[in-house]
Design a binder for this molecule. Structure first.
Ligand code: AMP
Ligand code: GLY
Length: 414
């Protein structure tokens, strides 16, 4: 497993029930569950050597960055089975402009958009959109850790966002191309689909809370909490999303000669009864995965291995239980925050709670923070309401200066 976040903790924890797992580089929490090797996700040579010396049967790549720059291609060229798309497939996440172009070409329902590499035409497009009674969303086309999206409430905000990305270069090169798209209203859900190039299999739907503060206020983050199942999303809606959003993009890629093996994460919005694709990601969601892994009984390894080998995907066994994950973040996240803050975790956890570490490390034998999202408190129970109560009981026992978390994860759904 390549990566070091909460998503990788959840995947490694689940896979370790079925296989021997080594994580590079991992984090303090992952190291409590499985072996970690101190290799950066960008150290491709080191990772390749590790695969050879340890005779690794399957590499699961957690984050998008190494996929976007071709880690999976390199491993495949060396004859190693990899779960994660190659560089070409990873463009779906690496470039939002490309992703929207693919959606348009493949007839996938998505918000109307324009892509611009100059500020002036972007500003004109946004002004026209507002004049016609719609609000714009401004997106840095490149990869900006889930923070490069500004959902605007008026034209001023849109103009500021375009200037911030294209002139002030707040997200560096990620903002040299900007997507301006129509703001849709509705509710969102995340669909994680295991793809083998020929076949696909969707895991249970999860709902993510993207905004930093309760009541969906504050800036966009990587995700502050998730729950599953999502009652508002029926089996029919999932099938519809697979037919209209998942299958066409995989067909399109296949026609382009792209053999997509890995997770296709569709970020969907249901607006007036219809599902629209807001974005594709080319890896598991974080913190969706923490919640979804709590509902997996078994069969994950077989599914990922089949996908990596381009074979039909055997179904994963899913429990009927509900799961809720609450993210504990550093003070200031998603803006600037302090690192190396001591983190206190209760010793005795109830058996239905698992803490997934996202940004932690050991410093002189004590646990400290090392990122914006620090922990994911993940609980399962027969009902969502019990699962959320269990998760919050543990959140209240976490001690960590300036920490913050949302109080309303899964609240309106129980
Ligand atoms: P993205 O990274 O493209 O998924 O955008 C991050 C978040 O911004 C999404 O999860 C939505 O909450 C919001 N968002 C993105 N595009 C739109 C849109 N067209 N309309 C409304 N909200 C959006
Ligand atoms: N939680 C959203 C993401 O992983 O992009």
């Amino acid at each position: 497993m390549v990566g070091s976040g909460g998503r990788e903790h959840a995947l490694a924890w689940k896979l370790s029930q079925e296989a021997e797992v080594v994580v590079a580089p991992g984090n303090a929490g992952i190291a409590q569950d499985v072996e970690c090797v101190d290799l950066a996700v960008s150290d491709f040579e080191g990772l390749l050597n590790l695969c050879r010396t340890r005779a690794i049967d399957l590499v699961v790549v957690g984050p998008e960055d190494p996929l976007i720059v071709g880690l999976a291609d390199l491993m495949r060229a060396a004859g190693i089975a990899v779960y994660g798309p190659g560089k070409e497939g990873a463009r779906l996440e690496g470039s939002k402009a490309y992703s929207k172009e693919v959606m348009a070409a493949a007839g996938i329902p998505t918000a109307r958009f324009g892509a611009f590499d100059q500020p002036e035409p972007a500003l004109v497009f946004a002004r026209e959109m507002v004049a016609s009674g719609n609000l714009p969303v401004i997106k840095a086309s490149g990869n900006a850790l889930g923070k490069g999206v500004v959902v605007c409430n008026d034209l001023d905000e849109a103009e500021d966002a375009i200037e911030m990305m294209m002139l002030d270069r707040e997200f560096g090169d990620a903002g040299s191309t900007v997507v301006v798209e129509e703001r849709l209203l509705g509710f969102e859900f995340s669909l994680l689909t295991i793809c083998s190039g020929q076949d696909y299999y969707s895991l249970p739907v999860a709902q993510d809370y993207k905004r930093a503060l309760d009541g969906d206020r504050g800036p966009n983050t990587g995700g502050m909490g998730t729950y599953s199942p999502v009652a508002a999303v029926s089996a029919d809606m999932v099938r519809d999303a697979e037919e209209k959003v998942v299958k066409p993009v995989l067909d399109y890629l296949r026609k382009e000669g792209v053999d997509y093996r890995g997770t296709l994460f569709s970020g969907l919005m249901v607006s007036q009864g219809k599902s629209y694709c807001l974005e594709y990601n080319v890896r598991f969601g974080d913190p969706e995965t923490q919640t979804v892994m709590r509902r997996v009984n078994g069969g994950l390894l077989a599914a990922l291995l089949a996908a990596a080998k381009g074979e039909p995907i055997p179904p994963v066994s899913i429990s009927d239980e509900a799961a809720v994950t609450v993210v504990i973040a550093s003070g200031g996240y998603p803006g600037t925050y302090r690192k190396e803050v001591p983190v206190g975790i209760p010793q005795d956890l109830p058996s239905n709670v698992k803490i997934f570490h996202a940004g932690t490390k050991f410093q002189d034998d004590s646990l400290v923070s090392s990122g914006g999202r620090v922990l994911g408190i993940s609980a399962t129970a027969d009902s969502l309401s019990e699962a959320r109560l269990s998760a919050y009981r543990v959140c209240d026992k976490i001690e960590f200066a300036e920490m913050h978390f949302r109080r309303d994860i899964a609240a309106s759904s129980v």
